[in-house]
Design a protein around this ligand. Structure first.
Ligand code: NAD
Ligand code: MG
Length: 363
């Protein structure tokens, strides 16, 4: 019997990489549900290839593909009775509600969507750094884990001066040195907001205090994470950058299955590997994100929402690059309620932060 998979955001970078993995794993998995935001044409092509039971287009201005449309379709796809694994490859806080619904329905959630956090149920990370950690700790007891060192490529501005960086253009910010990804996460990699979100995610996924979740800049993106155990031993997970391996592992964890898709690792080809500290003057938004994580409550949701708004304005050419961190800083200066017990708490903080961010970005 094959295992049913739903892909939320099937038309994006992670979504299409997931389908690429599933093409090689047809005897193990079948696609039960696909959703996309607005790329009806690609979604239609995917539906024709995979013949899923459920297809949903969120922005269903024209509804030629889907049997369903509107934001509800995410929850419907995620809770479909034939689905065992939900791959959440949506960008932004829009993915949160479907993640919670899937967990409540007892599904495994293969989570790429890091902008939203969820508790309970089985979350298996898709992100390469968290997959690396999971691969290193699987089979170990929780008390044996001491410290994580996540790697960051440093983005396209690693060697720039802070002055030049403040006026970086959209085209420059979208030149990621090692990964080909959606626009929003590519900008987040240039500000290191992406890494701050990953630190917050790692704190919750692996139960470590923030000081034990560290980051090092590693421009080659070959080592995905280091894991230190209580005895001082360190394991690392390595490979040429590809999301297909962490996606496959999220589907099969804790097992491994044969797969010939990704380029085999070769240390000589990988060449020299270098590591540098994060330079705070280049990545002010990174420290803001860590501080929001330490603050807890609704501050991480506010951090995420402020960043989403600022990145959108930057991509539209309406604010300069340096304004992204300034906007986040202003939003985080507001008093954020310490309690984030329900989806409503998080969504209301998200809404307030978006409003404040739009105001702050205008000054
Ligand atoms: P992308 O922009 O390429 O794709 C986003 C997908 O989400 C699209 O299918 C789109 O239709 C859908 N979507 C967007 N807004 C939506 C909304 N409001 N409602 C419903 N669907 C919506 O992005 P991506 O690079 O694939 O990233 C997706 C997620 O994975 C992000 O959370 C990102 O941080 C994370 N991630 C991506 C990579 C990567 O290599 N691309 C690596 C690690 C983590
Ligand atoms: Mg990552």
């Amino acid at each position: 019997m094959t295992c049913g998979v739903a892909i939320l955001g099937s038309t994006g970078s992670i979504g299409t990489a997931t389908l690429q993995v599933l093409r090689r794993q047809r005897e193990r998995f079948r696609v039960v549900a696909l959703t996309a935001h607005s790329n009806a044409e690609l979604l239609e092509g995917q539906a024709a290839e995979w013949r899923p039971a459920y297809v949903g287009l969120v922005n269903s201005g024209k509804r030629e593909t889907g049997n369903e449309g509107g934001p509800r379709c995410l929850v419907e796809a995620a809770t479909h009775p034939d689905v065992r694994i939900v791959v959440n490859a949506i960008v932004g806080a829009a993915g949160l509600e479907a993640t919670l619904a899937a967990l409540r329905a007892g599904k495994r959630v293969a989570l790429a969507n890091k902008e939203a956090r969820a508790g309970g149920g089985e979350i298996v990370p898709v992100d390469s750094e968290h997959s690396a950690v999971l691969q290193c700790i699987t089979g170990r007891r929780p008390g044996e884990l001491a410290r994580l060192i996540l790697t960051a490529s440093g983005g396209p501005f690693r060697t720039w001066t802070p002055e030049r960086l403040a006026g970086a253009t959209v085209a420059e910010a979208l030149q990621h040195p090692t990964w080909k990804m959606g626009k929003k996460i590519t900008v987040d990699s240039a500000t290191l907001v992406n890494k701050a979100l990953e630190v917050i995610e790692a704190h919750f996924l692996f139960g470590l205090p923030y000081p034990a979740v560290q980051v090092v800049v590693h421009p080659q993106s070959v080592v995905h994470a280091f894991v230190e155990f209580v005895d001082g031993s360190v394991l690392a997970q390595v490979g040429f950058p590809t999301m297909e391996l962490p996606i496959l592992y999220a589907l099969t964890h804790p097992e491994r299955v044969p797969d010939g898709g990704a380029r085999r690792f070769d240390p000589v080809e990988a060449g020299a590997l270098t590591f540098e500290p994060v330079r705070p003057e280049l990545y002010p938004a990174y420290a803001l994100g860590r501080a929001a994580g330490e603050q807890g409550g609704t501050a991480p949701a506010a951090f995420n929402a402020a960043n989403e708004v600022a990145v959108q304005l930057f991509l539209e050419g309406r604010i300069r690059f340096g304004k992204i961190a300034e906007t986040i800083e202003r939003v985080l200066a507001a008093p954020w309620p310490p309690g984030a017990r329900s989806l409503e708490d998080v969504l209301s903080a998200d809404a307030v932060a978006r409003r404040l961010a739009r105001e702050a970005a205008c000054f």
